[in-house]
Ligand binder design. Structure first.
Ligand code: PEP
Length: 251
């Protein structure tokens, strides 16, 4: 089980410190579930200082596929490691939609993350149009197979997949527990096929899309739902901690 908060482009340094302290005291020591915060790049260092020793891990929201070089405005995997990141979110639908990320670029970044011992949280998910056209399983299969191509993984803890239907992100519209269960089962079979039975069975598959304290329990109790990637509700320490408790209860 893993609950990761994606703060997106929110919170300056002072606000990031305040929320991190709030999360640390509201969550306490995580029991049987992983917890991570993914702030904007400029808040990573300060957030790590407050998280260090708490059991709550740090993640970034994106990274470049090269180690260093003439890539103005970009941040590399070694830089993320140096400020204490354990995770990096890759291929979030906002990056796919607004910044032209493709399955191929997500794959290059995932390979790079693994080679620097960062755990990629690879996001997949269909648009409303694709769901309405009953193409969601095919679209997600393409994203999973292409995004995870050629990855050499020796343990299931080296990678995380997040299913985030685009129509449920930041809209207040959550996928139903049945829809989530069906897609997570589909992704589980793909992971078993891509890697092997043991590794594919152990990889955490998170659900993301308007998860709140009020709906987290019914989602996390479903098979193959191994936690959540939380956007809006991660900006409130009490809400985020309540979602973590739902994951702890389901673990
Ligand atoms: C997200 O940004 O990954 C997300 C799931 O956002 P929200 O929880 O706000 O829908």
């Amino acid at each position: 089980m893993l609950v990761a908060g994606n703060w997106k482009m929110n919170l300056d340094l002072a606000a990031a410190r305040q929320l991190t302290s709030g999360v640390v005291s509201a969550v306490g020591t995580p029991k049987g579930t992983g917890v991570a915060l993914c702030p904007p790049f400029v808040d990573l260092d300060a957030t790590y200082s407050l998280l260090h020793g708490t059991g709550i891990r740090l993640g970034a929201q994106n990274m470049h596929e090269q180690d260093s070089g003439a890539f103005t405005g970009e941040i590399s995997a070694p830089m993320l490691r140096a400020v204490g990141c354990h995770y990096v979110i890759l291929g979030h639908s906002e990056r796919r939609q607004l910044f032209d990320e493709t399955n191929e670029s997500v794959n290059k970044k995932a390979l790079q993350a693994l080679s620097h011992r960062l755990v990629p949280i690879v996001c997949v998910g269909e648009s409303l149009e694709q769901r309405d056209a009953d193409r969601h399983n095919m679209v997600v299969e393409e994203q999973v197979r292409a995004g995870l191509a050629n990855l050499e993984v020796s343990s299931s803890s080296e990678i995380v997949v997040a299913y985030e239907p685009v129509w449920a992100i930041g809209t207040g519209r959550t996928a139903t527990p049945d829809q989530v269960q069906d897609m997570h089962g589909h992704i589980r079979s793909l992971l078993q096929d891509i890697f092997n039975e043991a590794i594919g069975s152990g990889i955490d598959i998170l659900y993301g899309g308007s998860v709140k304290p009020g709906n987290a329990a019914e989602l996390f109790e479903r098979p193959n739902v191994d936690g959540g990637l939380i956007g809006g509700a991660a900006l409130n320490a009490e809400d985020f901690a309540a979602i973590v408790r739902c994951a702890e209860e389901a673990a």
